[in-house]
Design a protein around this ligand. Structure first.
Ligand SMILES: [Fe+2]
Ligand SMILES: [Fe+2]
Length: 203
């Protein structure tokens, strides 16, 4: 399937606002792919259809996932909107012709909402483009836009920081994949920082 065919199919499947968001994520992700010399084809497909699982409403997503044999974890059960990422993997294969072996594209869709440890460059770009596309407006978005074009891990860590704070403030659950992603990058940053710091003198 060509990217134009995917785009047409996506437009038929999603509400106009969600479709327009998808196109902005696609355009932002392509800019990032160029900036980071990433795999443009993988980034294009994954970013365009990252929200294809949204064709199922939040209300129907738990039942639909179970019907399709997709495992639903307790955090997804409590916050079913998260399931659009797993449902997206299903539709990417069945509806948009992505190969079931294309881990690069499928994992980028699978983890675009929570993040996780050991993400590929494609997955990080899709994750960040989703948050910084021009239609997004939240406190700190400008700093995140800047960080995302400086260093992907810097952008990822800032996103986890923002998201985890927001989830705590709103009394929402934090998905274990997000914590795994945060911990990995926080540990890396901490190690880098402690190597730079000189040992403190004792008086
Ligand atoms: Fe999404
Ligand atoms: Fe999205």
């Amino acid at each position: 399937m060509t990217i134009e065919e995917m785009r047409a199919l996506l437009q038929q499947s999603l509400k106009p606002k969600r479709y327009e968001h998808s196109v902005r994520v696609y355009e932002t992700a392509l800019e990032m792919a160029e900036h980071y010399h990433a795999d443009v084809k993988k980034v294009a497909v994954a970013s365009l259809i990252h929200d294809c699982g949204r064709q199922i409403s939040k209300e129907d997503s738990v039942a639909k996932a179970k019907e399709l044999g997709i495992p639903v974890d307790p955090v997804e059960e409590a916050q079913p909107i998260l399931l659009h990422a797993k449902l997206g993997v299903y539709y990417a294969i069945r509806k948009y012709g992505v190969s079931p072996d294309d881990r690069e594209v499928l994992d980028a869709i699978r983890y675009h909402s929570t993040g996780t440890a050991d993400m590929t460059q494609t997955a990080k770009i899709v994750f960040l483009a989703d948050l910084i596309e021009p239609g997004r407006d939240f406190e700190g978005v400008e700093a995140l836009r800047e960080a995302s074009f400086q260093d992907l891990d810097k952008g990822m860590l800032l996103s986890y920081d923002n998201t985890i704070r927001y989830l705590l403030e709103d009394g929402l659950l934090i998905h274990p994949d997000a914590i795994a992603g945060y911990n990995q990058l926080a540990a890396k940053t901490k190690t880098a920082r402690s190597k730079k710091e000189k040992p403190k003198k004792k008086n």
